[in-house]
Design a binder for this molecule. Structure first.
Ligand SMILES: Nc1ncnc2c1ncn2[C@@H]1O[C@H](COP(=O)(O)OP(=O)(O)O)[C@@H](O)[C@H]1O
Ligand SMILES: O=c1ccn([C@@H]2O[C@H](COP(=O)(O)O)[C@@H](O)[C@H]2O)c(=O)[nH]1
Length: 220
């Protein structure tokens, strides 16, 4: 892609970090602060692979924190479509059934696209599509506590299942695959959503890129 074309396409911001680090909170805070611009949130979780062919006991045991759990090719294809201002059919993931739902959501392309998920900085093909890369950095113990609360309240899990999953896959995969992607981040945000200084800096940078894009387009 030439530099000129790159200036005219939507902006992609990648937000990653461990489960419970505050990725969604940071993404939403940016979303709200960028009110007035056209924005789209793309959650990597939507791209978990379909597991309809597996019985429930297999799905429960699957490793959801390994890169192979995601249909990254589809994520890339759809991000590329958005960059070309094409509408996508975003898949919908069902955490209770541990598989893709039958539905899709039609998402129109937007000026700013926030891609959020545990492994969005893992694949170089995804990283290469991003204008800004953010890693939300929160200690393991805090993330575990947040995850217990969230999974029990919102994802229908027992305490025992959350602890078993955390020790068998979530924690080891974090250290093997997620934490190492910190080196690719432009900005590391400690403690996530409450870090208003980091959010303000990020929003200023995004507005700057949008303004440059508009000036460039007006010059044409
Ligand atoms: N800096 C923070 N301080 C306290 N609680 C936070 C902070 N950031 C996020 N949380 C809370 O922690 C939980 C997990 O945050 P979330 O943004 O959903 O994480 P992730 O998307 O990385 O899994 C949510 O209940 C959220 O409100
Ligand atoms: O069926 C599933 C699919 C995913 N998970 C867990 O979700 C987190 C990622 O979501 P966050 O919002 O970043 O926490 C990941 O750690 C998976 O373990 C699941 O438990 N079951």
């Amino acid at each position: 892609m030439s530099e000129n074309n790159a200036k005219r396409r939507p902006i992609i911001i990648g937000v990653t970090g461990g489960s419970g680090s505050g990725k969604t909170t940071v993404s939403r805070a940016m979303f709200e602060a960028l009110d007035g611009h056209s924005l789209l949130m793309v959650e990597e979780d939507s791209y978990y692979k379909n597991q309809d062919h597996l019985p429930m006991e297999e799905r429960v045991k699957a490793n959801y924190d390994h890169p192979d759990a995601f249909d990254t090719d589809l994520l890339i294809e759809q991000l590329q479509d958005l960059l070309e201002w094409k509408t996508i059919e975003k898949p919908v993931y069902d955490y209770v059934e541990h598989t893709r739902s039958q539905q899709v959501v039609l998402e129109e392309p937007r000026e700013v696209i926030i891609v959020e998920g545990i492994l969005v900085l893992n694949d170089p093909r995804v990283r290469d599509l991003m204008d800004i890369k953010i890693f939300v950095d929160t200690d393991d113990d805090i993330r575990l506590l947040r995850r217990i609360q969230r999974d029990m309240e919102e994802r229908g899990r027992s305490l025992e299942s959350v602890i078993t999953q955390y020790t068998s896959t979530v924690k080891p995969m974090y250290h093997q695959f997620i934490e190492p992607t910190k080196r690719y981040a432009d900005i590391i945000v400690p403690e996530g959503g409450e870090n208003q200084v980091a959010i303000d800096i990020l929003v200023t940078k995004v507005r700057d890129i949008i303004r440059n894009n508009q000036e460039f387009t007006n010059e044409d």
